[in-house]
Every structure is written in structure tokens, then in C-alpha cells.
Design a protein around this ligand. Structure first.
Ligand SMILES: CC(C)(COP(=O)(O)OP(=O)(O)OC[C@H]1O[C@@H](n2cnc3c(N)ncnc32)[C@H](O)[C@@H]1OP(=O)(O)O)[C@@H](O)C(=O)NCCC(=O)NCCS
Length: 154
């Protein structure tokens, strides 16, 4: 999982961390995975090809406070060699079904506004932009990108 994250983060400018900033130890990553595994309302999906992880995604509760128990968050990534094959869509369908079964009322996510591919996928599955965070991302060359806040009602 750690080597997947480092490779995948190097393939996209649209996630918050650089590969160098993914500094989880094996124990730290194991704890993160165990928390998802042990939460019946969370679901994490890994896709493999030739024994290697090529995609990951998850849907999780927004938090543990009683007033936010109706809200889920979603994230996903696919290795570049496997884009546009329907893997993101297949994971999305499974995650939405799980969120519904788990009693969530809405799924929320944030996406960089220039990430056309991800936004296309999210819109295809009924997510709508409800807000914009100006200059959510700043790149080393000094340029900025805004973030879209998106939500799907279940
Ligand atoms: C975004 C990402 C998960 C999409 O995964 P994928 O497996 O390529 O997605 P799919 O093949 O299922 O494509 C899904 C839909 O995305 C949309 N899409 C794909 N490429 C697109 C593009 N270049 N422009 C606009 N929409 C696009 C289409 O609606 C497509 O559906 P269609 O093929 O039926 O037309 C993948 O590109 C990725 O991991 N990117 C880097 C990490 C990232 O940005 N994660 C999201 C952070 S919020």
C-alpha cells in the first residue's frame, strides 16, 4: 500500500500530498487500514493487476459526532496506466451502494477544480458542486488551483 501511494502520488498533481509527504511507516499504515476494516460503516476497495495494487478507494463516516453521522466522505485513485478503463466507475458504484446500505444520507468530497477527469466521474454519478475554495492548492511554480466542494444526496 505504501509503495502504491508513493507511485500514484507521483502521477497526479491533483492530490494534497507529494510522494515525499507520504511518510507513513508500515505500522502507521497498518493502523489506518485496521481502522477502516473495523468500522462497519466504512468500506475500502483495492484493485489489483498482476499482484500489484492499481487502484484504491474508500467511503467513510465524516466523523464520530452524533450530528454528523449522516455524512460520508469518499476518495479514490487509479494508477495512470489503468485510467479510462471503467475502474473508477466500478469502485464508485460499489461505494455508493455501501453508503446507502450503511444509512448515510449524503457523500461529500473535495476535488481540485482543474481535475476534469475526476469531476467528470463524480458528475456522472450525481455529485454536484456546492462551493468553491479559492486557492486551495499552491504549486511550486507559484500558481494556484481552486477546490470544488461536491456532494451527492443518497
Ligand atoms: C479520477 C480517476 C479516479 C478516474 O478513474 P478511472 O478509472 O479513469 O475512471 P473511469 O474509467 O471509470 O471513467 C469514469 C468517467 O470519468 C469521466 N472522465 C474520464 N476521463 C475524463 C476526461 N479526460 N474528461 C472528462 N471526464 C472524464 C467520464 O465521465 C468517465 O465515464 P465514461 O468513460 O463512461 O465516459 C483517475 O483518473 C485517478 O485516479 N486520477 C488521479 C487521482 C485523482 O485525481 N483522484 C481523485 C481526487 S478527488
Amino acid at each position: 500500500m505504501i509503495s502504491y501511494m508513493k507511485i500514484m502520488l507521483g502521477e497526479t498533481p491533483y492530490l494534497l500530498r507529494t510522494p515525499e509527504e507520504f511518510d507513513y511507516s508500515v505500522e502507521g499504515e497498518a493502523e489506518v487500514l485496521a481502522r477502516r476494516r473495523d468500522d462497519p460503516r466504512a468500506l475500502m476497495i483495492l484493485a489489483e493487476a498482476d499482484g500489484e495494487i492499481i487502484a484504491t478507494s474508500d467511503v467513510m463516516p465524516m466523523g464520530t459526532k452524533s450530528r454528523t453521522l449522516h455524512r460520508a466522505t469518499l476518495g479514490m485513485s487509479v494508477r495512470q496506466d489503468y485510467w479510462r478503463l471503467g475502474i473508477g466507475s466500478a469502485m464508485m458504484e460499489r461505494l455508493i451502494a455501501h453508503a446507502r446500505q450503511s444509512g448515510f444520507e449524503q457523500i461529500e468530497l473535495e476535488v481540485v477544480s482543474t481535475n476534469r477527469r475526476a469531476i467528470g466521474l463524480y458528475v456522472k454519478y450525481g455529485f454536484q458542486v456546492y462551493g468553491t475554495r479559492p486557492h486551495g492548492i499552491k504549486y511550486p511554480d507559484g500558481s494556484y488551483a481552486d477546490d470544488y466542494l461536491m456532494r451527492k444526496v443518497l
